[in-house]
Design a protein around this ligand. Structure first.
Ligand SMILES: Cc1cc2nc3c(=O)[nH]c(=O)nc-3n(C[C@H](O)[C@H](O)[C@H](O)COP(=O)(O)O)c2cc1C
Length: 199
């Protein structure tokens, strides 16, 4: 079982990246058989999708293929998405345009939204209402919002982090793993080529 954890911040050493690494540990604690693959779109310099691929051959000919192959061999995904201007980040939305070759096709996804304050709801509603049409990702009916993210340190949380949050995250990780297990046959049954793009 392989889960890719995708950090979609636009900042170096972001909170999203820090949370992604913590989530990796949560998965390990939940199920020792799960292997996590962490992707930080800022560190990897994933460019905005463009038809002018010749302007960045290093990415489109090399990096893209490696990331795409890692995503294709993943059974489920976690998207760590900070709220910027009451929206999902451009990097989160762009990911669905760049990796649009069936990598996410009928595989489950968990949205983990983060905010340094009391926000975090908008990226969830935005990704749930778009993003799935051509990628065919299946957002599971759980999501996580980590508010006051700078106080989130499992084992020594700041006072604004509720006691129940760690258990809720572990529960959601476990739900994602179960969906990933049980959706595997679906990916074999459905022919992606029939209707590659949603209506
Ligand atoms: C451009 C920008 C816009 C932001 N807009 C919001 C917002 O609308 N709501 C919110 O709760 N936090 C907002 N924040 C604060 C972020 O929640 C906080 O900086 C968080 O750490 C960003 O995650 P990152 O470190 O992974 O980039 C914004 C931050 C940036 C840089």
């Amino acid at each position: 079982m392989k889960i890719s954890i995708i950090s979609t911040s636009h900042q170096k050493e972001s909170q999203s990246k820090r949370i992604s690494l913590i989530l990796k540990n949560f998965f390990k604690e939940t199920n020792s058989k799960v292997k996590c693959f962490n992707i930080d779109v800022f560190d990897l310099n994933v460019p905005l999708w463009t038809s002018e691929k010749k302007n960045n051959l290093k990415f489109w000919n090399e990096d893209f293929k490696k990331i795409s192959s890692n995503l294709s061999s993943s059974d489920g995904f976690v998207f760590v998405v900070p709220e910027y201007g009451g929206m999902a980040t451009p990097n989160a939305k762009n990911f669905f345009l760049v990796f649009n070759n069936g990598e996410l096709f009928h595989k489950p996804g968990l949205i983990v939204s983060i905010s340094s304050g009391n926000g975090g709801a908008y990226p969830i509603s935005e990704l749930r209402s778009s993003s799935y049409k051509n990628s065919h990702i299946l957002w599971i009916p759980e999501n996580i919002i980590i508010r006051n993210v700078k106080q989130f340190f499992p084992g020594k949380h700041g006072e604004l982090i509720p006691d129940w949050l760690d258990d809720r995250i572990k529960y959601s990780c476990n739900v994602l793993i179960k969906y990933a297990e049980y959706l595997k046959p679906i990916q074999r049954i459905i022919n992606r080529k029939d209707f590659g793009n949603g209506m």
